[in-house]
Design a protein around this ligand. Sequence first.
Ligand SMILES: Nc1ncnc2c1ncn2[C@@H]1O[C@H](COP(=O)(O)OP(=O)(O)OP(=O)(O)O)[C@@H](O)[C@H]1O
Length: 320
Amino acid sequence: MKTSKNGQGEHNTVLQLNGVTKRIGSKTLVSGLSFQIAKGEIVGLLGPNGAGKTTTIRMIVGLIGMTEGDVHIGGHSVRTDFERAIRHVGGIIENPEFYPYMTGMDNLKQYARMAEGVTEARIHEVTKLVGLQNALNKKVKAYSLGMRQRLGIAQALLHRPSVLILDEPTNGLDPAGIREMREYMKSIAETEGIAILVSSHLLSEMELMCSRVVVIQEGKLVTVRSIGAEQEEDSNLISLSLQVSNSEQARSILKGLKIDSLQAIEEAGPDRLALSIRHEDIPEVVAALAGGGVGLYRIEERKSTLEDEFMKWTEGNRIA
Ligand SMILES: Nc1ncnc2c1ncn2[C@@H]1O[C@H](COP(=O)(O)OP(=O)(O)OP(=O)(O)O)[C@@H](O)[C@H]1O
C-alpha cells in the first residue's frame, strides 16, 4: 500500500482525503476536508443534517466530482486513476436496489456475474458475515428493511473491497435492526480486515461501533476523535448529574467522603452537581447527601463529554 504524498498516511492507510472541496455555484458544500482511515478501522463521519456527509461520500466514490483536493483509495487517486481506486471500494450510498421476486441468493449471483472472480463460496462467506445465511432462499420482497440493508452490504463485500462506505445505514431501522447492523459491521471489519466509513447524524450510534469519529459541520472538519480511548480510561466509572437543593453544600459533603472511585465533583449550576463514580458506590453518595441535609431530586447518567461537545458544535442545527 502506498503512503500518501503529503506524508500524513501510515502504511496501512486505505482511504485518504486531502483538502476535498465541493462548490456548486457560489455555495461551498464541503471545504478542505482531510482525514484518513486505516485497514480494519470503523470510522464515523458525523454531522447534523446538511453538514455535507452525503456530498463527501459521493465525492469519495466518484458519483460527483471534486472542485479541489483529492481522495486516494488503496493508494490510487480518484481524480487521476479512478478505475483502480474504485476497485477497492464497496459502497452503499442510497438504499440498494434488488430484484424483489428473486431470492437473495439469486440477486447476489446475478450481481456476481457482473463482478470479476466472485465464486459461490464467496457468496456464502459474505452472507454469513451479515447473518443472512438462513434467508438466502427467500424472495427479497419478503425481506425486512434491515435484511435488505444487510443484503446490500453482502453485495458490496463480494469483490473483497478494502474500504466499505455506508451512508446512514441504520436509517429507518428499528432498535433491534440497528443493534444487529452494528454488530455485523464490527465483525466485518474484524474478519475481512476492511476499513469502514459510515455516516450518521447520531453520535450515540457512532460511539457504539466506531473507533474514531470525524465530525463535520457546514462542510468543514470540526474535529477527529478517538472513541475507544475515552471509554477505556475506566470503563467502570459512570458519569452522573445530580439535581440537588444546594450544589455548593453537596460538593463539600462529597469532598469529605472517602470513596476511591468518586472523581471530578463539579458544580454545574446552583442545583447541579456532576461527578464520576463506580456503580456500587452510588448508595453511599445518596446516603451522605441525605444525612448532610441536602435534598436530592434527581440522578441522571450524564452523556459522554463527546456528546456534550457535539451538542455544542451543532447547537440549533441538530435533528436527532
Ligand atoms: N446539488 C446541490 N446543489 C446545491 N446544494 C446542494 C446540492 N446537494 C446538496 N446540497 C446542499 O449541500 C449541503 C450538504 O448536503 P449533504 O446532503 O451532503 O448533507 P448531509 O450531511 O448528508 O445531510 P443529511 O444527513 O441530511 O443527508 C446541504 O445544505 C444541501 O442542501
